[in-house]
Design a protein around this ligand. Structure first.
Ligand SMILES: [Zn+2]
Length: 93
């Protein structure tokens, strides 16, 4: 019994669809940021979704420490009205 064509194709497909972890480092660690700045709204806004929500760690690629700092910084910035709490498309400005 040799290998069937179907089995060979199956192996090939399994290799092609093998999920690879995207190589992304924490951008704040890369810049040796000790404390994420809540006043830097332009920078913080890059970590928000188009709806104004804070992006999860799997999307931001941040380390646990900086993701926590980022979340607090965004919440402070929202309180100071530097960032939106929600982006509402149904009521355009
Ligand atoms: Zn970090």
């Amino acid at each position: 019994m040799g290998r069937t064509a179907a089995a060979t194709r199956g192996e090939a497909r399994a290799q092609q669809t093998q999920w690879r972890r995207p190589v992304r480092r924490c951008v704040f660690c890369a810049e040796k940021v000790a404390q994420v700045d809540y006043k830097d709204a332009d920078r913080l806004s890059r970590f928000l979704s188009d709806r104004g929500k804070i992006r999860p760690r799997r999307q931001t690629g941040l380390c646990a420490r900086h993701q926590r700092q980022l979340a607090r910084a965004i919440k402070r910035a929202r309180h100071l009205a530097l960032l939106p709490f929600v982006v509402d498309y149904t009521h355009p400005a």
